[in-house]
Design a binder for this molecule. Structure first.
Ligand code: AHM
Ligand code: MG
Length: 336
């Protein structure tokens, strides 16, 4: 038996992004690489805390006190603090929007850079205490020319983002990133403390066999969604689709990117605008989906074209394999 020698030429995330920037030549200042380095550090830090959460009293509600009488910090609050601190200190940001904070943070002049980062520090809150996969989602805009960083710099359509990605905290930590020329996946090598390129140039298969919806909401669904789901569960020809729903957007989207199929969180009679947040959930995931060759829609329009009017607004989401998502769009055209 011959064993492959270990690779001595590791492609780390930083090396990969730097390479991209070098290809851009004079247009690139290296600032985005530095910002992404800061984001990587936050992902490593959050991953470490997720791993030991049960051991160090990070599980539970913020505001509770532990047996020693110390106040506990919920993991998502802690993750938010980690990100805000690191992004501000990077000197590369101007505006920060977090799911955890009511208002945007406008970075003071001393630390100000040219990027705006919108993020959900720890998404999938219902899964945190059970140890199920959760993740961080982020999107990056460059401030508009001559802007010093205002809320208007992030109230822009998702297609204007310069980069988007997520880190999934599961059996390993996986960072999936697009800077606008395809999607790459990196896995954290805990011993090296580096994200290593493990999934180069991710492309979503044009059609999948899996659907991922919270069907517990079926009684509220509108006719196009009900009809679409019926069509894939009771197909006239061929096999019905398999259901997979984790309830962590990062994990459900990650599987969809790799295996294909469709992920959906529609608007319905109860959630009139859907559940997922436009800026830091729908936009980054739609950006990655399109960059991987898939489609992301509200059912009737392209998600990346929506112009946000407030930082925490919601939007319906269907994303994944091109043919699967187009099928659901057809039901929106034909069903009342
Ligand atoms: P959160 O930001 O409170 O964690 O909510 C977002 C999550 C997504 O990760 C996931 O896709 C969705 O909510 C699941 O919602 P539901 O539990 O209604 O199925
Ligand atoms: Mg969330």
């Amino acid at each position: 038996l011959t064993e492959e020698p270990p690779s001595t030429d590791l492609i780390t995330l930083t090396r990969h992004v730097l390479n991209d920037q070098l290809r851009l030549g004079a247009a690139a200042t290296g600032d985005l690489t530095l910002l992404l380095t800061a984001i990587q550090v936050t992902s490593k830090f959050i991953a470490t805390n997720v791993r030991k959460a049960r051991l160090i009293n990070l599980v539970g509600l913020a505001g509770e006190t532990n047996v020693q009488g110390e106040e506990q910090k919920k993991l998502d609050v802690l993750s938010n603090d980690i990100m805000v601190n690191a992004l501000r200190a990077s000197g590369k940001t101007a505006v920060l929007v977090s799911e955890e904070l009511d208002n945007a943070i406008i970075i003071e002049e001393r630390y100000r850079g040219k990027y705006c980062v919108v993020f959900d520090p720890l998404d999938g809150s219902s899964n945190i205490d059970a140890g199920v996969n959760i993740g961080t989602i982020f999107g990056i805009y460059e401030v508009r020319p001559d802007s010093k960083g205002t809320i208007e710099d992030v109230l822009r359509p998702g297609c204007e983002m310069v980069a988007a990605g997520y880190t999934m905290y599961g059996s390993s930590a996986n960072l999936v990133l697009s800077t606008g020329s395809g999607v790459n996946g990196y896995t954290l090598d805990a011993a090296l403390g580096e994200f290593i390129l493990t999934h180069p140039d991710i492309k979503i298969p044009p059609r999948g066999k899996i659907y991922s919806f919270n069907e517990g909401n079926s009684m509220y669904f509108y006719p196009p969604v009900t009809a679409y789901l019926k069509s894939i569960k009771y197909p006239s020809t061929g096999n019905p689709y398999s259901a997979r729903y984790i309830g962590s957007m990062v994990a459900d989207v990650h599987r969809t990117l790799l295996y294909g199929g469709i992920f959906g969180y529609p608007d319905d009679r109860k959630s009139k605008k859907g559940k997922l947040r436009l800026l830091y959930e729908a936009f980054p995931m739609a950006f990655l989906t399109e960059q991987a060759g898939g489609v992301a829609t509200t059912g009737t329009k392209r998600i990346l074209d929506i112009v946000p009017t407030s930082i925490h607004e919601r939007c319906p989401v269907f994303l994944g394999s091109k043919d699967d998502v187009k099928d659901v769009m057809k039901f929106y055209e034909t069903e009342p």
